[in-house]
Write a protein that binds this ligand. Structure first.
Ligand SMILES: [Zn+2]
Length: 77
């Protein structure tokens, strides 16, 4: 099992190695995806993420989600 690697630029967390972290797929809802992208670009390399189009294969680790915004996103799942 290779696990998932976080897709955020500059972040190399891996679900196999970093078992304390959670890894999330992007929501299907376009509005939510936009919110997530905004969230992760704040933590990533500036500009690099603006044209990024996430697929179902992309995972984002829990380091990029402050508890409040994550639970908010998940509520709408
Ligand atoms: Zn990450």
């Amino acid at each position: 099992m290779p696990g998932f690697t976080c897709c955020v630029p500059g972040c190399y967390n891996n679900s196999h190695r970093d078992k304390a972290l959670h890894f999330y797929t992007f929501p299907k809802d376009p509005e939510l995806r936009r919110l997530w992208l905004k969230n992760v670009s704040r933590a990533g390399v500036s500009g690099c993420f603006s044209t990024f189009q996430p697929t179902t294969g992309h995972r984002v680790c829990s380091e990029h989600f402050p508890d409040s915004s994550l639970s908010c996103s998940l509520t709408h799942f």
